[in-house]
Design a protein around this ligand. Sequence first.
Ligand code: S3P
Length: 166
Amino acid sequence: MKNVVLCGFMGSGKSSVGAALAALTGARFVDMDRYIEKQENKRIPAIFHEKGEGYFRQLESLAAAALSKESGQIIATGGGAVMRAENVQAFRSGGVIVLLDVPLHVVQRRLRGDRSRPLLNTRDRGRALRELYCKRLPVYRAAADLVVENRGALPVSQMAGRVWEA
Ligand code: S3P
């Protein structure tokens, strides 16, 4: 089996749908953020805080390249992973890229009060989220082989079923 690489905005359900899809298919599940945290022995906010975003993006590219060498995995990417063309190329070489397309208002609801995403820890959080979402959406769509809508109304197991059907 090719890798199934889930991409999409923060809060789009990549990790939860990915884990459910792995349970459904028996494939190995890899959450890239957890993979990076394990390697660095640090949480994502600490990596951003201590080493900066550039360093995190390097780790992300190394992870994308390493994971893409293996097959049969469900990979939940971080929300910025497909913003680099080299990562998209690596993911596509070993798998199918699936966008979990989630409306802005669902993301806004889901991320309310969340403090684990460094990119949103700014003074005008609402604006940062809106701007990032609008900037990224076309890049996600261009990177994806398949698009599956996640309006946030279905249980994750059903969403996993939809991804698998797609
Ligand atoms: C990021 C999303 C996060 C994590 C990091 C950067 C982004 O992952 O990789 O905070 O640039 O959108 P999730 O999409 O799983 O929240």
